[in-house]
Design a protein around this ligand. Structure first.
Ligand code: PMP
Length: 458
């Protein structure tokens, strides 16, 4: 047991000295003490299977021994700025990361967080295109810094302050919530158990969403834009997938207007989607800029922007670009070890195998429970959207979602929540989980839903 501070003292200190706008994930906030691979332990010694990875951050496992050993070795050697000296870990890391990206995405800028990476990508897009307007989806989360807050279109994070100058939002092609109806049945492993009888693409409404996208483009300054940001699958908005072919067409429309295309791989990168190492590859597109964070360091603060030599040169419009800690020897040692573990332990393949296995098991719950509206995702990024009933698709009230969430926690399973009504459960465990743990998670979830239906019936 962790003895140094009691639970109540922690709550007092939190209230007095820490941010008043940080929401704890659970009604009774969890006080964590220790992590090991896919397991977390609270201060009272209770054990939880972590199926949210600290918001999709722990990629290879909490305190993975190889990553910890690499960090400890570097700690004893040198930890320092990378900005004005050279050190081998950054060069080793840059070479390894670049090898994982297709041509011409070969120039790497290392920073410390996803917001910082997206800030830099915005700057590059504008410097390169000589345009200002940047487009992102409604429901997108790209960061909370004053610059990226303009791109983040989730109302709860917004402030009534100027900051999003030149940022335009466009309709999110969310086939489940969108006005044209539809489902994720096409292009998903769920299709193998739920035969869709509709004609090709009829349940995807891609063309309607593209018309909406064109409408946004035509209202930007002189029909010219600096860039378009997209998460390959939206995370915070509740694991939202786009109609097949949408991103490809959208990228072409953006480029025809002088803009660059940015893939935000903060949640989808590093093999999480299973079939591919990067989320953009699942859409068969090649972005001009890729941003990454979270899983890149397995929880260590590091992030990156990768782009083409040509776009990278646009930063030369200023004489120096500087970042004290970005690409520090310690971060690079951690980043290299993470890449090594993903490869050595076949974690991308594991995401594909265990993720698909679990997705199909969760999809069965959609047939069993009226309040499970949609089950979707790819690899180890799964969303379970909760509704009042399948016909109306109205979101299940927040208190009911929270209760199911809390019940899962009390049975030893931590999952996330997302969506603008907080109506979608998000499953994104460290990529090292086993099928046995996937079975456990599905059973806990089934049990929480059964309890909930009994409560509802009373
Ligand atoms: N992009 C995406 C897709 C994210 O999910 C997040 C964080 N939730 C960010 C950017 C911002 O990352 P950070 O919190 O490291 O600034």
């Amino acid at each position: 047991k962790y003895q140094s501070l009691g639970y109540n003292r922690v709550l007092e200190i939190h209230k007095e000295h820490l941010s008043p706008v940080v929401t704890a994930l659970f009604q009774k906030p969890l006080l964590l003490h220790q992590g090991h691979m896919e397991w977390l332990f609270d201060a009272e010694g209770n054990r939880y299977l972590d199926f949210f990875s600290g918001i999709v951050t722990v990629s290879v496992g909490h305190c993975h021994p190889t990553v910890n050993a690499a960090a400890q070795k570097q700690l004893g050697r040198l930890w320092h700025t990378s900005a004005v000296f050279f050190h081998a870990p950054i060069h080793e890391y840059a070479e390894k990361l670049a090898a994982l990206l297709p041509e011409p995405l070969k120039v790497i800028f290392l920073v410390n967080s996803g917001s910082e990476a997206n800030d830099l990508a915005m700057l590059m897009a504008r410097a390169h295109s000589n345009n200002i307007d940047i487009i992102s989806f409604r429901g997108a989360y790209h960061g909370c810094s004053p610059y990226t807050l303009g791109l983040t279109n989730v109302g709860t994070y917004k402030m009534e302050l100027p900051g999003g100058i030149g940022c335009q939002s466009t309709m999110c092609p969310d086939v489940f919530r969108g006005p044209w109806g539809g489902s994720h049945c096409r292009d998903s492993p769920v299709q193998t158990i739920r035969k869709c009888s509709c004609a090709p693409d009829c349940c995807q409404a891609k063309d309607q969403y593209i018309e909406q996208f064109k409408d946004t483009l035509s209202t930007s300054v002189a029909n010219s834009i600096a860039g378009f940001f997209a998460e390959p699958i939206q995370g915070v908005n509740g694991v939202v997938q786009y109609p097949k072919g949408f991103l490809k067409e959208a990228f072409e429309l953006v480029r025809a207007r002088g803009g660059v295309c940015i893939a935000d791989e903060v949640q989808t990168g590093f093999g999480r989607l299973g079939s591919h190492f990067w989320g953009f590859q699942t859409h068969d597109v090649l972005p001009d800029i890729v941003t990454m964070a979270k899983g890149i360091g397995n929880g260590f603060p590091m992030a990156a922007v990768v782009t083409t030599p040509e776009i990278a040169k646009s930063l030369a419009k200023c004489l120096q670009h500087f970042n004290t800690f970005g690409g520090s020897p310690l971060a690079c040692a951690v980043g290299s070890a993470v890449l090594e573990v993903i490869k050595e332990e076949n974690l991308q393949e594991n995401s594909q195998e265990v993720g698909t296995y679990m997705l199909l098991k969760f999809a069965k719950l959609q047939d069993e429970f009226e309040i499970v509206g949609d089950v979707r995702g790819k690899g180890l990024m799964i969303g379970i959207e909760m509704v009042q009933d399948k016909t109306s698709r109205q979101p299940l009230p927040r208190e009911e979602v929270n209760q199911i969430h809390e019940d899962c926690k009390n049975m030893g399973l931590l999952v996330g929540k997302g969506g603008i009504f907080a109506q979608t459960f998000r499953i994104a465990p460290p990529m090292c989980i086993t099928k046995l743990e996937a079975d456990f998670a599905v059973e806990v979830f089934r049990s929480a839903l059964t309890q909930h239906m009994e409560r509802r019936a009373k």
